[in-house]
Design a protein around this ligand. Structure first.
Ligand SMILES: Nc1ncnc2c1ncn2[C@@H]1O[C@H](COP(=O)(O)OP(=O)(O)O)[C@@H](O)[C@H]1O
Ligand SMILES: [Mg+2]
Length: 231
């Protein structure tokens, strides 16, 4: 299985927009890609213009998945997955999540340019978020053996959050494919440009800006992402 694991420096930072843009870009280039998200929380909240994560990912990927195929677990409260599961009286099993992700990748079929199954997995929150009390989002990325793409804000504070995320990824043995600053402004300020250059230099990582996009123009936005260099 090949693919990418999309994490972020925080919640609400653009992981879903980036993951869906990657799926749309791969689909537009003729690859067949499946999407996965281990747990979706916050169904009690109103969705934004991009909709629920699993719905957005199901529509951006092209392996014929339904929203419920994309994620095995949904919870109402907008809290960490380990707490959402506890509140619901559900026990999440890491092995089942890994198997579910691989199963969805198989659903994509071996039609990618490489002949391997192709999966884009969106994490939950950031890398150090617990899925179960003892199993972090980072552990899932390691178990799936996927390189990570880090969604980050262009704004003040992003240097620290992004470099911490890169360090945590590498400390766990993960390869960092790249950072995506999102939404990247049409006319970035000197500080935003500096943030991007500083992260690239200190993080020794490629940084791409994803311009503001909309749910029906994901492939257009995704076309700027170097997805085949990351894979
Ligand atoms: N490239 C982008 N184009 C448009 N909106 C964006 C973009 N990147 C981030 N956003 C905004 O950020 C919000 C959070 O993004 P989302 O992908 O849902 O974050 P996460 O998955 O990390 O919680 C979105 O509702 C959207 O308003
Ligand atoms: Mg999301």
């Amino acid at each position: 299985m090949r693919g990418l694991f999309v994490t972020g420096t925080d919640t609400d930072v653009g992981k879903s927009v980036v993951a869906a843009s990657i799926c749309a870009a791969l689909a537009a280039r003729g690859d067949r890609v499946a999407a996965f998200k281990p747990v979706v929380t916050g169904l009690d909240e109103e969705p934004d213009e991009f909709g629920r994560d699993h719905e957005l990912l199901a529509s951006a990927a092209n392996a014929g998945q339904s929203a419920s195929d994309v994620t095995p677990h949904v919870f109402g409260p907008a809290v960490s997955p380990h707490l959402a599961a506890e509140l619901a009286g559900v026990t999440l099993e890491p092995g089942e999540l890994v198997a579910a992700a691989r199963g969805q990748a198989r659903a994509a079929g071996a039609e990618g340019a490489s002949g391997e199954n192709l999966l884009v997995c969106e994490g939950v929150g950031g890398l150090m978020v617990p899925i179960t009390p003892g199993y972090l989002v980072r552990d899932l990325a390691v178990d799936l053996a996927l390189p990570v793409v880090v969604a980050a804000r262009p704004a003040l504070g992003t240097i620290n959050h992004t470099l911490l995320t890169i360090e945590a990824a590498r400390a766990g043995g993960l390869a960092v494919a790249g950072v995506v600053m999102t939404p990247w402004p049409n006319q970035p300020t000197p500080m935003e440009r500096s943030n991007r250059d500083t992260i690239a230099r200190l993080g020794d990582v490629s940084v791409t800006g994803l311009p503001r996009t909309t749910p029906d123009r994901l492939a257009e936005g995704g076309a700027v992402l170097p997805v085949y260099e990351w894979l």
